[in-house]
Design a binder for this molecule. Sequence first.
Ligand code: C2E
Ligand code: MG
Ligand code: MG
Ligand code: MG
Length: 285
Amino acid sequence: CRQRHGTDPCSFFHPEMAKQMQLEYELNTMFEDSIKKRDFQIYLQPKVRLADLTLSGAEALVRWIHPDKGMICPSDFIPLFEENGKICRLDLYVYETVCAYLHKRIEQQKDLFPISVNLSRAHFKDLNFLRKFSELKAKYGIPDGMIEFELTEYSFLDKQQREMVKNCIKQMHRLGFHCALDDFGVGYSALALLKDFDVDTIKLDRQFFVDMTNPKAQTIISGFIEISEKLGIHLVAEGIETKEQMELLKQFHCEMVQGYYFSKPLTIDEFEKWKDTMQKQKVFK
Ligand code: C2E
Ligand code: MG
Ligand code: MG
Ligand code: MG
């Protein structure tokens, strides 16, 4: 995965920028075709409840599996599609894929688990965007509480948009969706958001866990855990990669974790195998 270039208006022209522009042109041109051919796939990453090491849900993360270019990571196309609005179409596609998957599990009489879907801030430009989501929820017969939308602080940056986001969250709840604040704690107004917006879950950004032996980091993490408990909001620690991080979080009574320590994002088939193995062998106990 590569960094984007050329977003700084003061930077001089760089050969990398020409390559970047060429890539962006190609990605834009391929988009519709790839949606039609279902070249976008969802990967699922488990969220694990620390108290009993059971599966508490999964996050759907999009991957672009291009027949010629191979796997393209979200960081290569999400920022581009956020700029030109294509992200709304892609998010809806990811969401419908998740609905279809849950629907299939219902038909096969398999157990259900909640799945989180990332929503770009771009959706909040159109007041009616939730209608389509709720129609699909009904079409696929998805029970309430099975889908959670993850919003980042970017959705809350625009003052004019804030009222709308607040109403959207209310409406999400009325329609049976849950709502999570993603990458929590790294923006400038994280705590104020908790006061003003009625979210169900916060996902504490992985930056906090990079150096967990640092006493200050520990105080901040346990502080966030305490705040979330007192507010009655669920908390997920993101990007947990080591046993040490996991053990410390257990001591802090952290509710849920997500990260490579338990599993990378997996294809649906891989995820189901992972889930069965975990349940049968209790591999993490
Ligand atoms: P995110 O929603 O915060 O998702 C978590 C990202 O962290 C994922 O990257 C995941 O693969 C990665 N991750 C998980 N565990 C670990 C870990 O232990 N260590 C490290 N270093 N990384 C870990 P991914 O899949 O590349 O996605 C990046 C971002 O792209 C996501 O961040 C999300 O903001 C966005 N994204 C992904 N899929 C979608 C989508 O369908 N719609 C929208 N709007 N955005 C999406
Ligand atoms: Mg997310
Ligand atoms: Mg996140
Ligand atoms: Mg992130």
